[in-house]
Unconditional design. Structure first.
Length: 142
C-alpha cells in the first residue's frame, strides 16, 4: 500500500466502506497468523508502524522489573499490575474508538474488556516472537 501511495496513483478515501475481517477459528491459529504478520511487516519495512510501539512498551516493562534486585521478588507483582494496567488501557481505548460501530452498555463493554485483555496480550506475544524470528533469520541469511 505504501508503494502504491508513493507511485502517485490516485487514492480515494471511502469513509463509508465496510471491511470485514475474521479472527482465526482458534487462539493458536490466530497466534500463528500474527507471528506471520509480524515477520512480513518487518520484511516490508513497517517496523515503525507496527512493532516499535509494542517493543517500547515491553522494553519499559522490562526496565521496571530491575528493582527486583533491590526489593526482592515481590517487585514482580508491581510489574504484573503495570502490565495488566497497560493491557486494560489499550482495550479501553479500542472500545472507545469503536463505540459508534459497536455500541454497548457498561456491562457489555466490561465483558469486551475481559475478552480483549488476553487477546491483546496474545497478539503482543505473537508480534514479539514474529519480529524476533525475522531478526534471527536475517542474521542467518547473511
Amino acid at each position: 500500500m505504501n508503494a502504491i501511495e508513493q507511485a502517485n496513483f490516485c487514492i480515494v478515501n471511502a469513509p463509508d466502506a465496510l471491511v470485514r475481517w475474521q479472527v482465526q477459528s482458534t487462539p493458536w491459529l490466530t497466534f500463528k497468523r500474527f507471528v506471520s504478520y509480524a515477520r512480513n511487516n518487518m520484511r516490508a519495512g513497517l517496523w515503525r508502524q507496527w512493532q516499535a510501539a509494542i517493543f517500547k512498551r515491553y522494553g519499559l516493562l522490562l526496565l521496571l522489573t530491575l528493582p527486583i534486585f533491590r526489593f526482592g521478588a515481590e517487585w514482580l507483582l508491581v510489574t504484573v499490575v503495570l502490565w495488566l494496567s497497560m493491557l486494560s488501557a489499550r482495550a479501553a481505548v479500542a472500545i472507545w474508538r469503536n463505540r459508534a460501530c459497536y455500541p454497548g452498555t457498561i456491562f457489555e463493554n466490561a465483558l469486551r474488556m475481559l475478552m480483549m485483555i488476553p487477546l491483546i496480550a496474545m497478539l503482543d506475544a505473537a508480534t514479539i516472537i514474529g519480529t524476533l524470528q525475522w531478526a534471527l533469520n536475517q542474521n542467518w541469511e547473511r
